[in-house]
Design a protein around this ligand. Sequence first.
Ligand code: AMP
Ligand code: MN
Ligand code: MN
Ligand code: MN
Length: 275
Amino acid sequence: MIFDLHCHSTASDGVLSPVALVTRAHEQGVDVLALTDHDDLRGQAEAAATAQRLGMRYVPGVEISVTWGGQTVHVVGLNIDPENPQLLAGLAANRNGRAERARQMAEALARLGIAGALEGAYAYAENKELIGRTHFARFLVEEGYVKDVKTVFKKFLVKGKPGYVPHEWASLQAAVGWIRAAGGQAVLAHPGRYNFGREKMRLLLQEFRDLGGVGLEVVTGSHTEDQVPVYAALAQEFSLYASVGSDFHAPGEGGRELGRLAPLPAGCRPLWETW
Ligand code: AMP
Ligand code: MN
Ligand code: MN
Ligand code: MN
């Protein structure tokens, strides 16, 4: 069975519509799929209907942006009720800050001599409420400022770089609370991406667990082969179930293809054991 429990559509910063995304996952041999758009559920109904039509199992999902310890972390919610009012309201609040942040990002880029970034980025965002860094990155690549999306992030869009605008997202407690209110399971996304030291990571895992988080992404498109056993061990230590997801965004953008995931290391308890 191939599980892919983390990916994106045009409802956030992916380039495929929910229908096209689910169809592609099916073609790639995925058996169980969750679409986990950032801070938004508008792709869920279409994704679920497409999966049903293709005879594929579908798990409703979301990826919530969180500020914890002065840094951004992502929390995936799986098996959520996509119509839960508390979750919907929380996500709407999280989306609210994106427009002003985008305006500030464009201003910062303009100071570097890059004109028209706001309109340029919005042209890539099908869901205007979800304007984000990936849309700016695609614009900068298209305009020839940088060779690929990955390099845009490195040069412009991460902390310490000139196009980065700090932002306050939901608290960890709020995000986990919304997911639980919607009957879902909270999973800490791509822990290897946070550049926390060992102690800060353990603090995060402890707090996440205390708040009712149940899972940790162990195998993800964001982890190197070496990181997988590190987070497998932490999942066991903190009694978290292990999850897997490609974090697919777009064909040919350098990220992982849907369903192309290594098996979970021995000793991990897969999240789907609880389903
Ligand atoms: P935002 O929610 O606007 O902060 O954008 C976050 C998104 O940017 C992530 O979900 C990824 O899709 C993308 N992203 C973040 N860091 C990188 C990176 N180093 N390389 C490529 N994409 C990245
Ligand atoms: Mn993304
Ligand atoms: Mn993420
Ligand atoms: Mn993601």
